[in-house]
Design a protein around this ligand. Structure first.
Ligand code: SAM
Length: 277
């Protein structure tokens, strides 16, 4: 499922912000402990901790893993170092450039959307770490079923909406997603709610917004207020769409980084599912 808020793909913008501005080595929320102070160093530590935490959900006897939406490859590399054979997918050219620099014989990467990926190879496990919301659930679960070996596993860590709320529309509704997974032959093996462990990342994001983006908005706003009415009208006329998008980005971030709203409307879950034999 893509983010339908506007024509701009805000999720992609966010990922670029994380890599190029915050210089993060990961594209997931991270796993915080309750007493961790909220700062960039602890965010990086939480992201590394998340990778280790996720590994614990990989069942025994697994060899071949497909890492769908592998970001900059930190999960895939950690798995490869443990001896798993991994294929990572991303449709993003910038991430793919970074991935090409990873040198581990157990892992390879493809520049492809999951929807367009096909191979005769079958996997023991498919991993979707914060990528399951980027495509339609039917397409994603049906494709997972086709690419898995008999009794194969699907490990998903992501944000799910609690109900069909108008907030967080870029995420799947948990009950609908589970129903859909069952339709494609999956059975829940394990489920863990780690919402409290990811929330500090949203608080960090809120702080960043207040510190850096809000002042930029004020500057732009001040510029328009000082300009003559005629000039403002001309700019509005010429760039009406862009101005509208800029303001919808503000709404998007307000929702996306609101930790209270997140706790109320969504949950961050790790699901381990298995194909019924
Ligand atoms: C939030 S990042 C998570 C990255 C990584 N899995 C992690 O845990 O750090 C989402 C990833 O999904 C990728 N993605 C977006 N649309 C996709 C699609 N249709 N098929 C596969 N991956 C997609 C993004 O480019 C990005 O790599």
């Amino acid at each position: 499922m893509n983010n339908h808020l506007t024509a701009i793909n805000y999720s992609e913008l966010e990922l670029i912000f994380c890599l190029k501005i915050l210089k993060l080595n990961s594209l997931h929320y991270g796993y915080w402990k309750s007493r961790d102070e909220i700062n960039i160093n602890n965010l990086k530590k939480a992201q590394a901790k998340y990778v280790r935490y996720l590994m614990k959900f990989i069942p025994r006897g697994i060899k071949d893993i497909l890492d769908v939406g592998c970001g900059v490859g930190d999960n895939a590399t950690a798995l490869a170092k443990k001896g798993y054979r991994v294929i990572g997918l991303t449709p993003d050219k910038y991430q793919y450039k970074i991935l090409k620099g990873i040198n581990n014989g157990n892992v390879s990467f493809e520049l492809k959307k999951f929807e367009n990926f096909w191979t005769v190879k079958k996997f023991d496990c498919i991993l979707m770490s914060e990528s399951s919301n980027y495509f339609d659930m039917d397409i994603g679960l049906n494709k997972s079923k086709d690419l898995l070996k008999k009794n194969g596993y699907l490990l998903v860590a992501d944000t799910f909406r609690k109900t069909l709320s108008k907030e967080f529309t870029g995420t799947h509704v948990e009950s609908e997603w589970i129903r859909c997974a069952e339709k494609y032959g999956f059975k829940v093996i394990k489920q863990e709610d780690i919402t409290q462990n990811v929330l500090p990342t949203l608080v960090f994001g809120e702080n960043m917004y207040r510190e850096y983006l809000a002042p930029i908005e004020e500057i732009i706003d001040g510029y328009f207020k000082k300009s003559s009415l005629m000039r403002t009208k001309i700019i509005e006329f010429l760039f009406a769409k862009d101005v509208k998008r800029l303001f919808s980005l503000k709404d998007y971030l307000f929702e996306r980084l609101n930790s209270n709203l997140f706790s109320e409307k969504a949950r961050y879950l790790i699901y381990l599912l298995r194909q019924k034999g």
